[in-house]
Design a protein around this ligand. Structure first.
Ligand code: GLY
Length: 353
């Protein structure tokens, strides 16, 4: 898999102009959703390099990450004469970059695409690393391919208009990158004043966060080994996300990941010796900024089953990425049912669920 270029923009217009000249193409398409069409596209509409670009607008949100939406994008590309040498720009959050990346990677066996993520989650996670896809048959990201963008342009100015919940949702993936990288990066994340955001400092932390992800993806693009480090917090997080959805109280992905990190740091502590002080410090930050996810002991079995059926597991064995210390990753760990239930007890005790 080719390495993708990631640019932390000083000026989006000049970075995009440079990028579009570098990746020669005949026609340019730009995919937005109803939100980014309204709030982000106006900032690009006067870029002379986009004057002939054709905008494709899709519905916003995960409910539109479907085969039907994908087909509607293929249809526009086809009807507007896209060729193998055309290029697609995805302007949006993870849903747009995942679906647009998949549409581009499959149209005429693959055309080049550029991601311009507009959310924090999109910048530090979804738009980087080549995972593309759609939901199918009630399952998230069930259909897709690994296919990296030619280039990812990070314009952190978009973050100034992000609402608090979406800010924290993306920040959870940054915390994960801190935990799997260095004590210094984790410390700056935990010390960041989330009530009075310094956007200049945030920009450099976003840059570092993406470097952590890129470094891992470069070593293992297809997730056979070390890329599983990026699943920290996600084994339990996905179960919380699914339970919340089933109970009609959906939560943002990053919130579920943050709560998943609480659980998986506890497992790291009891199983592979993660330091208690660093666990407590990280949990304190999560508790203060994310609140808790309420569930009771009658739901433990349901959560356990959801974890067993996660697509990352095989033969009903739950796979965890744990940490011996910050940056000291322990892949392919398992835990028996009693230990998982003990972990839920711990979570409820310290998060007040
Ligand atoms: N979101 C985790 C990964 O890209 O592997």
């Amino acid at each position: 898999m080719s390495k993708q270029e990631v640019i932390l923009c000083e000026n989006l217009e000049s970075s995009l102009t440079h990028t579009l000249h570098k990746y020669s193409h005949d026609k340019c398409f730009i995919l937005t959703d109803e939100q980014t069409h309204e709030f982000c596209m106006p900032q690009l509409k006067d870029f002379s390099v986009l004057k002939d670009a054709e905008e494709i607008i899709i519905g916003a949100g995960d409910v539109h990450k479907t085969l039907e939406t994908l087909a509607s994008v293929w249809l526009v590309l086809s009807e507007k004469g896209a060729t193998r040498h055309s290029l697609l720009i995805n302007l949006g959050g993870g849903m747009v970059t995942d679906l647009g990346g998949f549409a581009a990677s499959t149209f005429k066996r693959g055309i080049a695409y550029i991601n311009i993520p507009t959310t924090l989650l999109g910048m530090v996670d979804a738009s980087v690393g080549g995972k593309t896809g759609i939901n199918f048959n009630g399952l998230k990201n069930e259909i897709g391919v690994f296919s990296p963008a030619a280039c990812v342009l990070l314009e952190t100015e978009f973050l100034r208009s992000l609402d608090t919940h979406n800010f924290f949702s993306g920040y959870a993936e940054m915390l994960k990158h801190g935990l799997i990288s260095t004590p210094e990066h984790l410390a700056e994340l935990l010390a960041f004043d989330t009530e009075k955001i310094d956007y200049v400092a945030l920009k450099s932390m976003v840059g570092r966060s993406v470097e952590v992800k890129e470094g891992i993806v470069e070593q293992d693009p297809l997730e056979h080994g070390i890329r599983k480090a990026l699943n920290l917090g996600h084994t339990v997080g996905h179960a919380f996300e699914s339970l919340a959805l089933a109970e009609n109280r959906p939560v943002l992905h990053g919130y579920a990941v943050a709560w998943g990190i609480v659980c998986e740091l506890y497992l790291s502590y009891i199983k592979v010796g993660f330091p208690k002080d660093k666990m407590r410090q990280t949990i304190q930050f999560i508790k203060e900024n994310y609140g808790g996810f309420a569930f009771n002991c009658k739901q433990y079995d349901q959560l356990y089953d959801l974890m067993k059926h996660d697509k990352k597991n095989t033969a009903g064995i739950i796979n965890f990425t744990l940490l011996k210390d910050v940056g000291d990753i322990s892949l392919n760990q398992t835990a028996d049912k009693d230990t998982v239930f003990e972990m839920f007890d711990f979570y409820r005790e310290c998060m007040g669920g």
